[in-house]
Design a protein around this ligand. Sequence first.
Ligand SMILES: NC(=O)c1ccc[n+]([C@@H]2O[C@H](COP(=O)([O-])OP(=O)(O)OC[C@H]3O[C@@H](n4cnc5c(N)ncnc54)[C@H](O)[C@@H]3O)[C@@H](O)[C@H]2O)c1
Length: 443
Amino acid sequence: MSTEQRKVAIFGAGYVGLVTGACLADLGHDVVVRDVLPDRIEALRRGEVPIHEPGLDELLARNAGRLSFTTEVAEAIDGADFVYVAVGTPPTYSGDADLASVWTVIDELPDVDRRIVVVMKSTVPVGTGEKVRHRLDARGMHHVGYASNPEFTAEGTAVRDFMRPDRIVVGAFDERDADAVVALHAGIDAPVVRSDVASAEMIKLAANAALMTRISFINEIANVCEATGADVVKVAEGIGLDRRIGKSFLKAGVGFGGSCFPKDSLALKQLAANSGYHFQLLNAVIEVNELQKRRVVGKLRERLGTLRGTTVALLGLAFKPNTDDTREAPALVLAGRLLAEGADVRIWDPIARSSELHGVDQVDTVGEAVAGADAVVLVTEWPELADADWGALRATMARGVMIDGRNFLDPDALRAAGYEYEGIGRAADPLSGRAEPAPADRR
Ligand SMILES: NC(=O)c1ccc[n+]([C@@H]2O[C@H](COP(=O)([O-])OP(=O)(O)OC[C@H]3O[C@@H](n4cnc5c(N)ncnc54)[C@H](O)[C@@H]3O)[C@@H](O)[C@H]2O)c1
């Protein structure tokens, strides 16, 4: 692969755009990142990073000489060989992906008198590339190339995932564009999958669907373990060692969230439905996940009786550790359900905060969250929770119900510290001191 330095314009200074920009600059390319948010661009120019992603600050600082930030389309496109589209594609009310920002980028592209390649990093429905191709052709921009180069990085490990990916997927209409995108990644040692554009788009959606399916699968196994007395942690170990199955994404818990899985599963479901196909398995995966988030409330009710008037501490707000992203976080659903049940809810997270949490105390320390609480729910497996002084914390609680929604803590140690400990899919402590059910609970 060539190591030629290229100029790359990136549209979208979010999780994907910034990581892509910083990593491509680190590979030696000149990168301009464009966003529509002036505050975000100003902050980046001052050297402030608007998102939490391990290693990103250092990478941006180290490559500052090859990186610039702008709100202006013309400035970004000036001399660019590639236009990366890394804007959000959130769900619409119908569940389809909202491509409004993608179309804005495409429609705002000025015509240029040289070959540039538009590269789609955003996750889009199959068929989007073809529509973009038609739209560019309709404007007479036949010389502008198009490639799909989906992103598989996970928040929290995105920099590492970009620089050491399992694979690089490139789908293009013209081999020249695929060659150019592959060459841009010179320096990264990974298998390259070249395909047509539709298949590249489907690879991204199908990869996410496969991962979600494993999560919902192990969560259902966990629920059956609870009903039958098996331990899902042992079961996952036992099946994960099978080379045909593998260990990853076999952790039972409170369900998946985040900015990608929920919306991408909906988008794939709608894509299939719009094409006349009922994707039964994916529908089940989504439904299992919704129910899984709510099971914790059932566990609390079993132990505390009515939740009205109780205080519940949620530990973890981000949808997973090492990110400040709270989009579709299970903690938001849990908090909402608990409030609806009449509980007082406090939530601790080391970095994430949410403006969507009305009526919930967002506190800065685990101690503040659990003091006087009846129950604590571990929602996000932040590493610092492994080292918390659970004995001292227990002493401050009104009652020591602990639901470990990630099977993260040592059950024996927690029981020894005085908790009524219950994980997901594992033997639970016998119920003790159950409160009388409220009238509404007797149905
Ligand atoms: N977050 C992830 O880990 C991840 C992983 C793989 C794929 N993806 C996909 O990548 C895409 C981007 O995700 P994200 O999490 O980075 O989104 P994000 O919301 O963090 O960032 C998107 C950015 O695009 C900006 N934007 C909107 N319109 C614009 C325009 N016309 N020009 C320039 N910037 C514009 C927004 O202001 C925002 O800063 C989505 O399609 C997502 O599904 C995300």
